[in-house]
Design a protein around this ligand. Structure first.
Ligand SMILES: [Zn+2]
Length: 324
């Protein structure tokens, strides 16, 4: 994730009986009506030990900070291959691994690789929800290892937890799970995925992007993207009401520059937005270890992270139950 450190006040969901959309435009509803009862109980469904173990593995020294094109990145790819197979995710294409080439800062990255799998939908198999999280990070920088535990081993682990849930509770939509490479080099993995999409982008119902979801001093997480699609707010609010984590709407108001910090293009949801695909991006505000060597597994907050993962499973299930 890339954005300058800046705090912003957002709309806290669940703190009020209703919710208010300011500046939202009237639009045709994307929702099935009436709102479907959520399929997830408020209680925890995520395997917390597995969740933490996935982050510990990806953020380990031997993965070298997972910079695109490095040996550490290849270890991360082998890990993703094992996990996608263990979860029984079908390859989205010829194989889970989807290599792509790009150039950034005059350096060619011939071995960038996205990992993409899916679970076929029962009711709407031709409508796709893409759950994404980038697995690359900064690697060795200035002679120091940047392990990228929060950014973004945490999002990958949460994405795998969502896949685990849908394996046991088959979805209505086809759910695509995308571990993107090259995010830190300019959202390259997401761009490559969309460029090679084997069906019209109009079949993408939503991108649920996860980037930095495992630590916050205020027990809060932001969701960006509802400004563009206010009809998503009641779905997020429903899951947020069941969560022990504070969920705030915001960071998607470009017209408020100076008072807010716009995250619309800060991570892999950006290219989806540019392609006209609705998105929800979940992430915490920057912390002292953002893009630093201190972004370690030891500084993950297990209780917060597990609560967020449960929230994200609930959000994904609620979206699947209600989106058309
Ligand atoms: Zn990131």
């Amino acid at each position: 994730m890339k954005f300058p450190r800046l705090l912003v006040l957002g709309v806290l969901l669940g703190a009020v009986a209703g919710y208010v959309v300011t500046g939202g435009t009237a639009e045709k509803s994307d929702l099935a009506t009436p709102l479907q009862a959520a399929t997830v109980a408020a209680a925890s469904v995520v395997d917390g030990a597995r969740l933490l173990d996935d982050v510990r593995t990806l953020a380990a020294d031997e993965f070298g900070g997972r910079r695109t094109g490095t040996a550490g990145s290849q270890k991360a790819q082998a890990f993703l291959q094992r996990r996608f197979e263990a979860l029984g995710l079908k390859p989205f294409g010829a194989a889970h691994a989807q290599p792509f080439a790009f150039t950034a800062n005059k350096t060619a990255y011939p071995s960038a690789v996205n990992y993409v799998g899916y679970i076929a939908g029962s009711a709407l198999p031709q409508r796709f929800i893409v759950v994404s999280a980038h697995y690359d990070h900064l690697g060795d920088k200035g002679g120091k290892l940047h392990p990228g535990a929060d950014d973004n081993a945490s999002g990958v682990a949460a994405m795998l937890a969502i896949a685990q849930w849908f394996k046991a509770h088959p979805p209505r939509h086809t759910i695509v799970f995308a571990a993107f490479d090259g995010e830190e080099q300019g959202l390259q993995g997401a761009r490559a995925f969309l460029a090679a999409l084997p069906f019209p982008k109009a079949q993408l119902a939503l991108n649920l992007n996860l980037d930095m979801v495992s630590r916050n001093e205020r027990n809060e997480i932001f969701v960006a993207g509802t400004r563009y699609n206010p009809s998503l707010i009641p779905l997020v609010a429903e899951a947020a009401a069941r969560s022990t984590v504070g969920v705030k709407l915001g960071h998607d108001l470009p017209q408020q520059k100076g008072t807010t910090d716009d995250w619309t293009h800060s991570s892999d949801h950006g290219p989806f937005h540019q392609a006209g695909v609705p998105f929800l991006y979940f992430g915490v505000e920057d912390h002292a270890d953002y893009h630093g060597p201190g972004d370690t597994f030891a500084r993950i907050e297990p209780a917060f992270f597990t609560s967020v993962a449960n929230l994200l499973v609930d959000v994904a299930a609620t979206l699947d139950a209600n989106l058309k």
